[in-house]
Write a protein that binds this ligand. Structure first.
Ligand SMILES: [Zn+2]
Length: 102
């Protein structure tokens, strides 16, 4: 039987110049970046929300409505994977019900 096959003959050389040390450094740098990002997000959560809704709106993936009760402007994501309600997060008014009544 042919037992002369040796490993390493037809291997694909991927990023051979990237040593384990360099790879480790990249991961550490990435972790630092993530930590900074998370820190920035948690301190500016409202800003992040505004940003996300602005992006969704830009892509026509969000609709805007104004609560009749508290006149708060509500952004509602229009995504198939997310179930949303018409209840105002600010005062709890059901917008879908109030629009039918009166
Ligand atoms: Zn409201």
């Amino acid at each position: 039987m042919g037992r002369g096959m040796r490993g390493g003959g037809g291997g694909v050389r991927v990023a051979r110049n990237l040593t384990k040390q360099q790879l480790g450094d990249s991961i550490v740098a990435l972790e630092n970046l993530m930590q900074r990002f998370i820190g920035a997000v948690s301190s500016d959560f409202e800003q992040l929300h505004t940003l996300i809704m602005a992006v969704l709106n830009e892509l026509n993936l969000a609709e805007q409505w104004t609560c009749e009760k508290c006149e708060e402007t509500i952004w509602k994501p229009n995504l198939k994977s997310i179930e949303t309600s018409d209840i105002c997060p600010s005062c709890g008014e059901d917008a879908s019900a109030s629009s039918e009544e009166e």
